[in-house]
Design a protein around this ligand. Structure first.
Ligand code: GLN
Length: 482
């Protein structure tokens, strides 16, 4: 039961094969059994979950349920949750009880989803392996010597191990898609502005987007129905009416044109990943899609541009954590300056400090034009590459990650190697486009994802293609033995 999809569980709840309370209790039991090893959850909200489950059962009995009513969910600990610790993977916020719910949390609660707890993550979502978390690393349920990916690693591990039915993640440079690839899940990073960022602790505000981590494209569509849409509290949120992301899941793929970026399919791409992608391409061809080469000539600049823009925005966003207003405060400061210095020095981890220093440097007088403005110009070129490609094709297919999940400790001491993890995903954030990762094959017992990228607001199309792929393959139904 616990490894079923949201759509299946929703059916089981409707048919009264299980109650929301039974389902919630079963997930809580499994969390207690497996979380000590996986470290996927940092907070478990058992009592609140059971109360929400009873409310969901009542709502279903009254006949005004949504498909998500009674479905247990885990929230990445970057989302503010009223009355519940919201630590964002950081010592800085180790005692921060949020006074309100993020829009995403609020909307899922309104849909009737049951919050089981908050998931571990890289500190302030900075990382690709979950190893920068103040709460310690998360282990990949497929192989506990390996990382789950990051920064939404706790959410991905929780869904993969059957510790929740679905989870929220956020993606600034790949943090939904890369963990989805490493854990055998479907992860969608929506178009920038599709989902409200209100109540989501800011990392790089022009790049951050929330999205679903699920076991299928259909589940991702169900979650999107709840979370997408305009929000007066986030002025960058697009003003769009309700879109039913499940409506086009079954549309045939005949006539679909898919681009394969020349820059992604080079001899540098792991041959085994290459083979997995070729098989996926053949499957989609048999469903009516046609393929052609496209070019993203500036993709190679995406990691360097991102590592100017994201730290610059982070250095501004994280200036609010000063030991005065909220979060960690050092003991016995001598004076105000000492309070600032020691609170920030003791509250932030190494990776966060590195980003704040890089960002502050890039924004300082004299370097602003040389680094920040230059990076913004590159960002424009990267967006233009996609616009040109989408003149010829409906969407783009390629790898999500260069490889399967790597070993804990393997890359953590080398920041540049870690930054290159996002070589295939980061350009999508810089361009503000929707991208998703879905399981495409297995390599030595580990899942590997493929990435689909579409033009602005093409989420329904991406979900349609992913769903059709999943109706004709069973990579997404593989589950780890934990
Ligand atoms: N790995 C990238 C970084 O460390 C992206 C993280 C993210 O998407 N939150 O910044």
């Amino acid at each position: 039961m616990l490894s079923k999809t949201v759509a299946e569980l929703s059916g089981a709840l409707t048919r009264k094969e299980v109650s929301a309370r039974e389902l919630t209790q079963a997930y809580l039991d499994k969390i207690h059994q497996l979380n000590p090893a996986l470290n996927a959850y940092v907070t478990i909200t058992a009592e609140q979950a059971l109360a929400q489950a009873d409310a969901a059962d009542n709502r279903r009995a009254k006949g005004n349920a949504s498909p998500l009513t009674g479905i247990p969910i885990a929230h990445k600990d970057i989302f503010c949750t009223r009355g519940v610790l919201t630590a964002c993977g950081s010592h800085m916020l180790h005692n921060f009880i949020a006074p309100y719910d993020a829009t995403v949390v609020e909307r899922l609660e309104q849909a009737g989803a049951i919050m089981l707890g908050k998931t571990n993550m890289d500190e302030f979502a900075m990382g690709s392996s979950n190893e920068t978390s103040w709460f310690g690393p998360v282990r990949n349920p497929w192989d506990q010597a390996r990382v789950p990916g990051g920064s939404s690693g706790g959410s991905a591990a929780a869904v993969a191990a059957g510790l929740c039915a679905m989870a929220t993640g956020t993606d600034t440079g790949g943090s939904i898609r890369q963990p989805a690839s490493f854990c055998g899940l479907t992860g969608l990073k929506p178009t920038y502005g599709r989902v409200s960022r209100w109540g989501m602790i800011a990392f790089a505000s022009s790049l951050d987007q929330a999205g679903p981590l699920t076991r299928s494209a259909e589940d991702a569509a169900l979650m999107m129905n709840a979370i997408a849409g305009s929000d007066l509290r986030d002025s960058t949120c697009l003003e769009l009416g309700f879109e039913d992301f499940t409506a086009k899941l079954n549309q045939p793929l005949a006539g679909l044109r898919i681009g394969l970026p020349r820059e992604h399919f080079t001899k540098d791409l792991n041959p085994a990943v290459q083979t997995i992608l070729q098989n996926a391409i053949r499957t989609l061809e048999s469903l009516g899609a046609s393929f052609k080469e496209v070019s993203l000539p500036n993709n190679y600049l995406s990691v360097p541009a991102y590592y100017v823009i994201a730290p610059a925005e982070a250095s501004a966003n994280l200036s609010r954590f000063d030991g005065v207003r909220f979060g960690y405060r050092c003991e016995n400061p001598d004076n105000l300056e000492d309070l600032y210095k020691r609170s920030r020095g003791e509250g932030f981890g190494d990776e966060v400090k590195r980003r704040i220093m890089v960002g502050t440097y890039a924004l300082s007088a004299g370097y602003y034009d040389a680094y920040y403005i230059k990076a913004q110009k590159i960002r424009r070129l990267i967006k233009q590459d996609f616009d040109l490609a989408f003149n010829d094709v409906d969407l783009i297919l390629g790898p999500t990650s260069p490889h399967t999940a790597f070993k804990l400790g393997e890359k953590v001491s080398d920041p540049v190697t870690m930054y290159l993890e996002d070589i295939y995903t980061i350009a999508v954030n810089l361009a503000g486009l929707p991208g998703m990762s879905l399981p495409a094959g297995m390599l030595n017992g580990l899942p590997i994802g493929m990435q689909l990228v579409g033009p602005s607001l093409s989420e329904s199309r991406l979900l349609n293609v992913a769903h059709q792929f999943q109706m004709n393959t069973d990579w997404h139904s593989q589950r780890p033995e934990v």
